[in-house]
Structure formats: structure tokens, C-alpha cells
Design a binder for this molecule. Structure first.
Ligand code: SF4
Length: 414
């Protein structure tokens, strides 16, 4: 496995917790900000920890992609973002032309901030818009409203048009309470009208412990049924394909040249660094999830000063096993080449010949139903049917994996 050239940095702070969100988040209140406002002491002390964690990391080759996510990273000042990028640069270096993405919340920046962030080194923005409907935004517990979102989209489109930003992406949430097909199609038209060159579209997941889970228990969360959910997904694929987008991953659509290089690393099975509370890293394949609270992350970091976790060192990490490679690879438009992936995991010819045909047999039904498509040794989900029902394919994959002998599934060294 080649050395990672990708880094994810987690900024956990948000103004408030949205009603559907179970991410590793520290709510600081609606007036919070990184430049001396309420909550800034908490942000400063976290950034100290984050800088320390990056400085403790084993060195590696220069980064080709950096993604600063959260949380709401746009609560940080441009100077704080610049300092973080400098820290990464000192530790690893950053390649010329690297993709450097910042997640931004429409309620947390203006055009002046955007310009300062671009000057700090950001060249791609992922905007957490979620919906153009004020009623929906209120239901979701979001702080911004549609007019602010439209304004942010105009600033981003202008920055992209003038070559200051390389690209930008808009997040939307689908499968929401009371959602209709007509209502969703209007949302898509709005997204096309603001000229976002990349769209990330996530179906609502009701996570335990959220306000939405509580509403669901009380019978107050009327979600679309399976038929409507399938129609929503199919209409999304059809409309965006007509508009010139490629669905390059289950939840991601891009115009030519605008696919996220960073996200493609995750789905390709390559390694990445991860830093910060709640962040997951997998530089050599083996995953390491950091604690999700400030206190536990602080304790974990103290331990790292004694000895950095073995998964961060090439010689002591386990490699990404074949089942994980296939699970993430199948999310992509191009799917997976079974034999190539098995060989990349260190499988010998005998194991490939003996065990891969059993997986192909398990996938025969999905192939006949055209949920899966096979081209040579490559298997991929069809769009939209296979991507909508990907669980059926993935369950067969997991059953196959569990049926294999222990010495076959054991991870080789990277
Ligand atoms: S802004 Fe994003 S990360 Fe923060 S609480 Fe809302 S959904 Fe979660």
C-alpha cells in the first residue's frame, strides 16, 4: 500500500446541534465564533490539541488533498485555518495543485470571510445547504434560511467563475418528513439554478439520541415510504443525468472535472490521515477512531505523547481487509474488480480461484435483477436500482466473508 497523501481534519464546533445530527459536535451557542467571540477560548484550546496531534504524527509524503470538516469549520477565523494548513505543510508538505476543501455553513460566513479563506489556501468549499425551503430548514433545526443559502451560493459560484475556487459542492438532504416528489423536484431545480457543480445528496437517517429519533418514537416523523423513497432517488438520478452530472458515488454527483478527489481516496481503498476529536484515520488500512468528547480526546492525546498508536506506523498497522475494500469500492460508479482487489490484499492465486467464485454465485440473483452489472472482472451497482437497493448486494458480501476460513480473512501487512 502506498503512503497516504490525504488528510482529514475535524473541527467539532457548531452553533447548535441540528435535530437529525449525531456527529462528534460541541455546540457553542448561536453567537459563537473563533475571533474572540463567545466560545473562542474553547476553540483556541482545541486548536492547540489539534496542532499537537498533527505534530506527533509520523511524517509522510506531501499531501494531495486536505479536507477540513466538522462540525462547522467555518466558525474558525481565516487565520486559524491558515495556521492549520501551515501545520500540515510543516509535517507532510502540501503538493502544488492540492485540493483543499473546507466545509462551510451558510449561517457562518460572508463574502469577506470567503475571500480571506481563499487567501488562506482553501480552493474547494462544501456548503451545508440541506434545503432551499425555510419550513424544512426549521424542521431540521438549522440556523440558516433559504435567502442566506442563495446568497452563499452566489458568492461561491462567482468565486468559481473567476477562478478563485476550483470547485464547490452543495449538500442536500432527501427523504425528509412530509416530503413529496414534487417538493423534492423543486429542490433539485433550485440546486441546478444556483449552478453548483457538485452535489452531495444524503437520505435522512434517524440516529438514536437525536431529536428526530425522539419525534419518531412519538409518531411525529412522517417519513416517505419505500415506494416514494425509490421514486425520489430515481428522479434525482434522471434529472441530474439530464443536466450533465455523473453519479460517481452513491451520494455524490458531479459535473465533469468536479468530482471530489478527497472523497475518491476513501472509496478507492487508499489510506488517509485523520486528526481531531471523533476523526477516523486509516493511513495503512487499519482504521483508528478517536474519542468523540473533548475530555476523552484530551486523555487520548496525552497517551499519544507516550507512544503513537500502532495503526499510524506502516510496520505495525494491519492492512484494510478485502471485505472493507469491496464495501467501499462498490459505492463508486466504476465498482470493483474482484480479482485485482483480492490480489491487492495479498491473496494468492489459489485463494482467489477457490473463494471468489463463491461470492460471484451469491451475487447471481442481483445480477439477474440487474441490481449488479458485470463487465469482465468488474462488478458495479446499477443506477438507480442497484444503488437504491445496495443493501441486498452488501448483505451477500458480508455473508460470504463470514463463511471464509480465519486464515483467509486475516489482514496481511500493508
Ligand atoms: S451544522 Fe452539521 S455538524 Fe453541526 S450540528 Fe448541524 S448537521 Fe451536525
Amino acid at each position: 500500500m502506498s503512503a497516504p497523501r490525504t488528510a482529514y481534519v475535524h473541527i467539532p464546533f457548531c452553533h447548535r446541534r441540528c435535530f437529525y445530527c449525531d456527529f462528534a459536535v460541541v455546540p457553542l451557542g448561536d453567537k459563537a465564533g473563533g475571533g474572540g467571540g463567545p466560545g473562542s477560548a474553547s476553540i483556541d484550546s482545541y486548536l492547540e490539541q489539534l496542532h499537537a496531534e498533527i505534530a506527533l504524527s509520523p511524517k509522510g509524503p506531501p499531501l494531495a488533498t486536505v479536507y477540513i470538516g466538522g462540525g462547522t469549520p467555518s466558525l474558525l477565523t481565516p487565520e486559524q485555518i491558515h495556521a492549520l494548513l501551515n501545520r500540515l505543510c510543516r509535517q507532510f508538505g502540501v503538493q502544488a495543485g492540492a485540493e483543499i476543501t473546507l466545509e462551510m455553513d451558510p449561517a457562518s460566513f460572508d463574502q469577506h470571510d470567503l475571500q480571506a479563506l481563499i487567501a488562506a489556501g482553501i480552493n474547494r468549499v462544501s456548503l451545508g445547504g440541506q434545503s432551499f425551503d425555510d419550513g424544512v430548514l426549521e424542521t431540521l433545526g438549522r440556523r440558516h434560511r433559504s435567502d442566506a443559502l442563495m446568497q452563499c451560493c452566489r458568492w461561491l459560484a462567482q468565486a468559481c467563475h473567476e477562478g478563485e475556487l476550483r470547485s464547490w459542492s452543495l449538500d442536500l438532504i432527501r427523504n425528509l418528513p412530509n416530503q413529496t416528489l414534487e417538493g423534492w423536484c423543486e429542490q433539485l431545480e433550485q440546486a441546478l439554478a444556483v449552478a453548483a457543480p457538485h452535489l452531495s445528496i444524503y437520505d435522512l437517517q434517524v440516529e438514536p439520541g437525536t431529536v428526530f429519533a425522539w419525534r419518531q418514537q412519538r409518531g411525529e416523523l412522517p417519513l416517505p415510504d419505500d415506494d416514494l423513497a425509490a421514486d425520489l432517488m430515481a428522479s434525482t438520478s434522471q434529472r441530474l443525468r439530464r443536466a450533465g452530472f455523473c453519479r460517481y458515488e452513491i451520494s455524490n454527483y458531479a459535473r465533469p472535472g468536479h468530482a471530489s478527489r478527497h472523497n475518491r481516496v476513501y472509496w478507492s481503498g487508499a489510506g488517509w490521515w485523520g486528526f481531531g476529536l471523533g476523526a477516523t484515520s486509516a493511513p495503512w488500512g487499519e482504521r483508528l477512531a478517536r474519542p468523540r468528547t473533548r475530555e476523552a480526546y484530551g486523555l487520548w492525546l496525552t497517551d499519544q505523547h507516550q507512544a503513537v498508536h500502532p495503526s499510524l506506523h506502516r510496520q505495525s498497522a494491519a492492512a484494510l481487509p478485502l471485505d472493507d475494500r469491496l464495501l467501499v469500492g462498490l459505492r463508486r460508479h466504476e465498482g470493483v474488480h474482484l480479482l485485482d482487489q483480492a490480489r491487492a490484499c495479498g491473496w494468492d492465486e489459489r485463494s482467489c480461484n477457490r473463494y471468489l467464485p463463491a461470492l460471484e454465485r451469491r451475487w447471481t440473483k442481483a445480477l439477474q435483477q440487474r441490481l449488479l452489472l458485470q463487465e469482465g472482472g468488474r462488478w458495479r451497482l446499477s443506477d438507480p436500482e442497484g444503488m437504491a437497493l445496495s443493501n441486498q448486494v452488501l448483505v451477500e458480501l458480508m455473508c460470504w466473508w463470514e463463511s471464509l476460513p480465519a486464515d483467509v480473512v486475516r489482514s496481511p501487512s500493508p
